[in-house]
Design a protein around this ligand. Structure first.
Ligand SMILES: [Zn+2]
Length: 558
């Protein structure tokens, strides 16, 4: 595998501050040292123009305002000598220095010093040069502006916490969109003629065939952005308007979450802990793509991992490197599938096995068998909730009595977007929204909260996501119901009677605590009383159906 390349996005990338802060001034630095809550502050354009992006980023400070020769800045680390020197070099007579949370300063830098924008000089240049007659040759790939454009698109995507980048020719223009917190947003519009060059550049980076423009291709490359190692998977395809490219970004340096940090309510977490510390059996995480299943599985692995256990995984792809585990990755060219990888693992004396996903009979059968022969098996499955996950195994041809005896716990989960704290405001809901909320079973409430949209959340009103969980223990009673092929809603009722807090109830609590909105919950959490829909049956209600799956090939949860 190739080493990660550092994406040089610097030249001309200083967002509207060409030639700023080159060390002309010697300002009097005054430490006022008040703590500034940055989420509701907006730096003035004059202040931003005072400091070049790369200097502000290197020394982690953000200019807020400048007037009459006096600048106000916030610094993440007030004692940083380099930062103090850089601040003192600003071209003003006096700088009043305050402090702010480091993560907030970094977020502020990402938000206010954008390197991908329609006002950008380079983007304007692309438009100016665009003419319908321009034909693209392979040689154009080496053109520096394209290389820089690609680097900047990837860098800004990472700074915006995007999971995917979509590059799509449409009728008359090339659209660039980021997927942030599960939702796509447009970040750039380019001339259609840039498309072939841009896609060719990506193909070069990902070792793909640049001559082949019609057949879909897959590739990957490593990149380094702001010191973070990124694994970028590229998938190209052709639409009627031309070739599209979808990039999936995986930050290999992001930290592993502990079980305690997943946001499970105490009661749910206690129930889950009691299940995962069993010596054998199968634990399955269910939900649609992008529901955070992988994060839960890794946190679980971190919780149960001990030196005396042989932990083995088969994944597609390996998303976190787990030093203490033996991790394998799916490789279709080498015939390593979930099923064949699992067989290999079983020959190597494992105690704990993580199978990235169960989606076929063969894998399901081996996983069930392994859990019945003294191994703890963890996996994920595409199912709407905990109850449906049990029946997904039956759908995949596993005998109900094997499902009942092998599964010990099933987690149902979703991610809902968190209301942006920078632009959150209260409002009185409509009657329809109130009755939707009441249907969830939330506590009485008259005022709700929603985000109006600001630059911190790119106008969406949401920033970050929160998980919604339900944890079902597969008790003897639940097992008997499955063996008797009882209707799924009855299995569900039995689980609730045994203390399972359904996702619906958890979601209502998030709304009650002003963390998310009723609309967001209805869009993401499957709510109807009986959630299991057999594959042969017609779906009755689409209102509360989960979002359609995105980018099927090679996709994984965050
Ligand atoms: Zn906002």
């Amino acid at each position: 595998m190739r080493r990660g390349r550092a994406l040089d996005a610097a030249p001309g990338a200083g967002a509207g501050a060409p030639g700023a802060a080159t060390g002309v001034g010697t300002a009097l630095l005054v430490d006022l040292d008040e703590f500034v809550e940055l989420s509701r502050r907006r730096p003035t354009p004059e202040a931003l123009a005072l400091v070049a992006a790369d200097i502000a980023r290197e020394h982690r400070f953000l200019p807020l305002s400048v007037a009459d020769g006096i600048a106000v800045v916030v610094a993440a680390d007030p004692s940083d000598v380099g930062a103090r020197a850089a601040i003192a070099r600003l071209a003003v007579t006096r700088v009043e220095r305050h402090r702010a949370d480091r993560a907030d300063v970094e977020h502020g830098l990402n938000v206010h010093y954008r390197i991908v924008s329609a006002d950008d000089e380079q983007v304007r240049q692309f438009w100016a040069e665009a003419s319908p007659q321009t034909s693209t040759t392979v040689a154009a790939v080496a053109d520096a502006p394209i290389i820089q454009l690609v680097n900047r698109i990837i860098t800004q995507a990472h700074r915006d916490r995007s999971s995917d980048i979509h590059i799509e020719p449409t009728d008359g223009r090339l659209r660039v969109r980021y997927r942030v917190d599960g939702a796509l947003r447009e970040v750039l519009s380019l001339p259609l003629t840039v498309g072939p060059e841009l896609v060719s550049r990506l193909k070069v980076m990902a070792d793909m065939d640049i001559v082949e423009r019609r057949r879909p291709q897959d590739g990957q490359f490593q990149a380094t952005v702001d010191g973070h190692g990124l694994d970028v998977r590229v998938a190209t395809g052709a639409t009627i308007w031309g070739e599209t490219a979808v990039l999936r970004l995986l930050d290999k340096s992001r930290s592993l979450k502990a079980l305690a940090d997943l946001g499970m309510p105490d009661e749910t977490r206690a129930r889950y802990l009691s299940i995962i510390h069993r010596p054998y059996g199968m634990i399955v995480c269910s939900g649609p793509t992008g529901a955070g299943k992988t994060t839960t599985l890794y946190a679980t692995l971190a919780e149960i991992n001990r030196d005396e256990l042989n932990v083995m995984t088969i994944e597609d792809p390996v998303e976190y490197v787990f030093p203490a585990a033996n991790q394998m990755q799916i490789n279709l060219q080498a015939d390593i599938t979930f099923a064949s990888g699992l067989k290999t693992i079983l020959r190597q004396d494992p105690d704990v096995i993580l199978v990235g996903e169960i989606r076929d009979h063969e894998t399901a059968r081996i996983a069930v068998q392994s859990s019945l022969t003294g191994h703890l098996v963890m996996s994920s499955i595409h199912a709407t909730d905990a109850t449906s996950a049990l029946y997904r195994f039956v759908d995949m041809g596993i005998e109900p009595f094997l499902v009942a005896t092998s599964l010990v716990g099933v987690v149902g989960q979703r991610l809902v977007r968190r209301v942006c704290t920078s632009c959150a405001d209260t409002y009185v809901p409509s009657d329809a929204e109130m009755s939707d909320y009441a249907a969830l079973g939330g506590p009485t409430k008259t005022e709700f909260v929603r985000g109006g949209g600001c630059e911190h959340c790119a106008g969406t009103g949401f920033r970050g996501r929160i998980a919604v969980y339900e944890v079902m223990e597969v008790t003897e009673e639940i097992g008997q119901l499955v063996v008797a092929r009882t209707a799924p809603h009855e299995v569900r009722e039995a689980a609730v009677a045994q203390g399972m807090r359904p996702m619906r109830v958890e979601a209502a609590h998030l709304i009650a605590n002003n963390l998310t909105t009723s609309d967001e919950v209805h869009r993401n959490v499957f709510i109807a009383g009986s959630t299991y829909v057999p594959e042969t049956a017609t779906r009755k209600s689409t209102r509360h159906a989960p979002k359609p799956l995105k980018v099927p090939k090679g996709t994984k949860d965050q």
